[in-house]
Design a protein around this ligand. Structure first.
Ligand code: ZN
Length: 232
């Protein structure tokens, strides 16, 4: 490839994005290398800082409220983080502080009662090669669902609440001890920090795949998290 072509390919997409879009960036787990490291939802701190510094060259990070309230969003962006992984506060927050980037963390209130996020239960079964056995046990899934189970398990076809009931039954039956080290999300109100760079938002109580639930179940799950915030 000649050098001119290379330069054009590099600059045109950035210019295109800059002119047309003001993206909102979304992260999940952020932290040091861990056994969660190979997961698509995890970004290590070094990569995070590199990405943020790059983004800051083109956009200014503002809070999600300021972003929504500003009519002309040119040059603005916002950063949100889903699910409330502990490592966001324990490991990654110092990066946001250093770069002075406001963040909004969308939490699932059920994890504060010590409940393990149901997607992490699935990740556990995948990492431990137990999906085949689980599917055999399940009344919801069939054998052909094994291969792409991570994504299939969050399909609209399967009511997440029912999926979690089956997961819990299976975990109990197999005597699997999902203890503190599997509680990766906020399980203590000490993670709700009063800091000018941090805002918190409602990500529902249990993080079920909402379109897989009935309207009533959806309402209940969102309201439960809203009521949790009401306590503070
Ligand atoms: Zn989420």
């Amino acid at each position: 490839m000649n050098i001119l072509k290379k330069i054009l390919l590099f600059f045109i997409p950035i210019k295109f994005v800059l002119d047309k879009y003001n993206p909102i960036f979304l992260y999940h787990s952020l932290g040091r290398a861990s056994n969660f490291n190979s997961n698509i939802d995890h970004v290590d701190l070094e990569t995070l800082e590199k990405q943020l510094r790059y983004i800051q060259k083109y956009w200014k990070f503002v809070t999600i409220d300021e972003y929504i309230d500003t009519k002309d969003k040119k040059g603005l962006t916002s950063l949100t983080i889903d699910d409330g992984y502990k490592n966001v506060i324990d490991d990654a927050f110092k990066v946001f502080e250093k770069l002075e980037i406001p963040i909004t963390i969308f939490i699932n209130s059920s994890t504060f009662n010590g409940k393990i996020f149901w997607r992490d239960k699935i990740r556990y079964l995948i990492q431990n090669n137990m999906i085949k056995e689980f599917v055999k046990y399940s009344k919801l899934f069939k054998e052909s669902d094994v291969n792409n189970f991570y994504f299939i398990s969050k399909s609209t076809k399967f009511n997440s609440k029912q999926v979690e009931i089956e997961l819990d039954e299976f975990i109990l039956r197999k005597n699997i001890d999902l203890n503190t080290e599997h509680k990766l999300c906020f399980d203590n109100t000490k993670y709700l920090i009063n800091h000018p760079l941090i805002n918190y938002g409602n990500h529902s109580a249990n993080h079920y795949f909402l379109s897989s639930l009935s309207k009533e179940e959806q309402y209940k799950d969102i309201l439960e998290c809203k009521n949790f915030f009401g306590k503070f």
